[in-house]
Design a protein around this ligand. Structure first.
Ligand SMILES: *[C@@H]1O[C@H](CO)[C@@H](O)[C@H](O)[C@H]1NC(C)=O
Length: 112
């Protein structure tokens, strides 16, 4: 668990945008396409293809409010500027209310 925590904090502090996904997850694809469409190249971590994937999953469950959620319900998990932003609903809501792009600019993920 500690190792997963360190791995996640190194990843999210060293990359402007990090998306935790599992392969074949539809909403993960949607969130990646949204970011690509905005001109952001997120760092993508596929939990099912990553050595400490299940520990990272447990960590994401805690971040997203706990409650023993299965993998499909904690991904995609999006971090911007080293902070946990949220899942697909939060990212979409921020995109719609116009707060996503400023957030990405602040994080240095977008220059325009
Ligand atoms: C935009 O939506 C996000 C996610 O729901 C929310 O946290 C944020 O406060 C909203 N901002 C504005 C300006 O409405």
């Amino acid at each position: 668990m500690q190792a997963a925590y360190e791995k996640v904090s190194v990843l999210v502090s060293g990359n402007a945008v990090v998306v935790f996904t599992i392969s074949g997850c539809c909403m993960c694809h949607v969130v990646k396409q949204l970011l690509f469409g905005l001109g952001v190249g997120p760092t993508v971590v596929e939990l099912d293809r990553c050595a400490s994937g299940s520990d990272i999953h447990a960590l994401l469950v805690r971040l997203s409010g706990g409650g023993g959620k299965p993998r499909q319900q904690v991904v995609p998990a999006v971090f911007v500027g080293g902070k946990f932003l949220g899942g697909i609903e939060t990212v979409m809501a921020c995109h719609i209310n116009g707060t996503l792009v400023p957030l990405l600019k602040d994080a240095g993920a977008l220059w325009l």
